[in-house]
Design a protein around this ligand. Structure first.
Ligand SMILES: [Fe+2]
Ligand SMILES: [Fe+2]
Length: 326
């Protein structure tokens, strides 16, 4: 039976298991006798574990396994210094039709079509004509929308799922709408436009297959710059788009990570920019907590292990809810 990583952890030492996993890391090591063995880090969407191919057959080619490969393995559970470290009897490359890609990459829990309709309501609520035209040039373009609705918003920290970008964008827009109601001096149309466009560069920053990877362009340029370039290109096609409005909008996009060390070349210096940066941080941090809980606990309750980036374990004894019950 194809087990998820999180279902291997509770198994007792000696228990057999098998399944399909992605190779995250692989190295050839040597026993004291000089015989080679393989040490691998394997993963699926629920977690990772280290495994050893302890006694490969003498004629086995250990160099054929590479990072990113999907492999079928079977073995039995062992622990080394308190950490799960199974030994494998079998490891081989898996054919594409053998496994379900959804084992490796999650999809947003929210229905994509419904979410997109809600996003269009935000587009249509923008009254400022040049901003509205700009939004329509993206969200009424089928080609762009197809990519946007599938894109993830991240690789590991938050919204690392198909449709994650749409879910995150809508979350940020809803938070920004609330902020604009509270702080009347905010230019609501500018803030909402910035919210809807703030991460569009991610459409080109990430590629999705059995794993979410960053593209060469994404690594070299990043989604802040890519997004600004996409926006500037569209604005050039809109007659008489006010230069000052363009500057304020681009400032929001460039500063939305808030701090230089988080990748923003500018710190927020307008009401709309500071509101967007906090709305973005809020939506991504809470979602990052949720994803960690779900990955680690599944249906269980209690404590997760420490999150590598947030640097805390997380406690959860509630129930996951994804949609409003109507
Ligand atoms: Fe961003
Ligand atoms: Fe974002």
């Amino acid at each position: 039976m194809d087990l998820f990583v999180r279902d291997i952890y509770p198994l007792p030492p000696g228990a057999p298991f098998e399944g399909y996993f992605v190779v995250e890391h692989v190295e050839i090591r040597k026993h004291r006798t000089g015989e080679p063995f393989l040490r691998l880090i394997l993963s699926d969407k629920t977690g990772t574990f280290t495994a050893l191919w302890w006694k490969p057959p003498k004629d086995a080619d250990l160099t054929i396994f590479k990072k990113g490969d999907v492999v079928f393995v079977s073995g039995h559970v062992e622990y080394f210094q308190g950490n799960l470290q199974p030994k494998l009897n079998v490891i081989r490359h898996a054919e594409r039709e053998e496994f379900d890609p959804e084992k490796f990459i999650t999809k947003t829990r929210f229905p994509i079509d419904e979410q997109f309709l809600k996003l269009l309501e935000f587009v249509e609520s923008v009254q400022n004509p040049p901003l509205r035209t700009l939004l329509e040039s993206f969200f009424y373009d089928d080609n762009f929308v197809e990519k946007f609705n599938k894109a993830p918003a991240g690789k590991t920290i938050h919204h690392a799922s198909i449709g994650g970008l749409l879910e995150h964008t809508l979350g940020v827009a809803e938070i920004c709408e609330t902020i604009a109601k509270r702080f009347k001096s905010i230019d609501r149309d500018l803030l909402l436009t910035a919210a809807l466009l703030h991460d569009i560069g991610k459409v080109e920053e990430y590629a999705v297959d059995i794993a979410i990877t960053r593209t060469d362009k994404g690594i070299l340029l990043g989604h802040l710059y890519i997004g600004c370039e996409m926006i500037a290109t569209k604005i050039r096609e809109i007659p008489n788009f006010p230069e000052e409005l363009k500057t304020k909008l681009i400032h929001c996009i460039l500063s939305h990570h808030g701090e230089y060390e988080h990748g923003s070349p500018k710190k927020p210096k307008t009401l709309e920019a500071v509101a967007l940066a906090y709305a973005d941080a809020l939506d991504s941090r809470v979602k990052g907590f949720e994803e960690h809980i779900e990955r680690e606990l599944g249906d269980k309750k209690g404590w997760t292990r420490r999150h590598f980036a947030f640097e805390v374990p997380i406690f959860f004894d509630g129930e996951f809810k994804y949609e409003e019950e109507e």
